[in-house]
Write a protein that binds this ligand. Sequence first.
Ligand SMILES: *Cc1c(COP(=O)(O)O)cnc(C)c1O
Length: 403
Amino acid sequence: MATQNNVDRALFDEVMVPCYSPMEVIPVKGKGSRVWDQAEKEYVDFAGGIAVSCLGHCHPAMVAALTDQAQKIWHLSNVMTNEPALRLAKKLTELSFAEKVFFANSGAEANEAALKLARRWAVDNYGPEKSEIIAFQQGFHGRTFFTVTVGGQSSYSDGFGPKPSDVVHLPYNDLAAFKAQISDRTCAVMMEPLQGEGGIISPTPEFIQAVRTLCDEHNALLIFDEVQTGNGRTGDFYAYQGTGVTPDILSTAKSLGGGFPIGAMLTTTAIASHFKVGVHGSTYGGNPLACAVAESVVNVISQPQILAGVKEKEQLFRDGLERINAKYPIFSEIRGKGLLLGAVLTEEWHGRARDILQAAGKAGVLVLVAGPNVVRFTPSLVIEDVDIQEGLLRLEKAIASLT
Ligand SMILES: *Cc1c(COP(=O)(O)O)cnc(C)c1O
């Protein structure tokens, strides 16, 4: 079975655009928090894609929603609406501050919609001078040209010619810098309510609260990018609900589809009114298959016992990682919230997060990194406790092999 029709890793280099460098293994099957590769080697999945497979692999509720919808209708253009999209939008408004939903196919597209809406809102209400967008260093918002420009890593946005302009980056959690920058010219502030790709960094309560207050003072919109933090990841349905700060626009994707591509932008009726007919759109956005799957995901994830379970499983991870660290002291800190956790490497291990990822894969557990110094865990929100234990055991073996 291993190289059936020569579908192996070498084929990647032959036919795929080289913007990724995937691992050697090719998983072919998944169930819950276990996956199997072509050689039938089994892995515990602590990655869940990248914070995507929030119900694990092939969850029965998702399989049922997908196959049921597949027998009915797959696609309608936005010239018509469809039942799954309407049901999902209704549910998302019930579960959040939002009154209106725009569907896209990815996180970047949801953020692109958010940024365009903010700019249009400001032009309509205050004129074209109010165009400044404030974002944060190490922030990540996707790979379209606008979102990569707003993201805080110039290595991702440089080298493509002139960028969308009037975007400023400040250090995260630096209130003085923020106060000094924001003005009546500020159109919007875009931030993750817990930085993911940037290294699993939580905002201080004072910072996130002050950002909200200053946005209000200067009539600027606050956009929370919850592509990674959303849909139960932090133990709240959306992370903002655990901060006491409500944004004006929220983007969500990744776990929303549980493995099926979908993204959404959530906002209020007043702000949404600036996206008049024809101002924005998407061919696949609101696709019935995607919305049916996402609806099944949201139905499971929004249950209080599932959200409470996220907090319990967080503790199992923290305890297990501390136990490993007692034997092999390589972590200086375990940070993050819910099942969006980062184990920060000590000085001595700096730059070696990817080595740990590779060794973990060999030992049969899939983990992620968040930069060179942080090992990241974003497992299924319903991962079984035995899978957590087994995965941590394998991680310990991997670390032992490196020490
Ligand atoms: C992954 C991610 C994105 C981009 O989502 P895509 O679906 O890859 O476009 C945007 N923002 C954050 C915070 C993310 O983690």
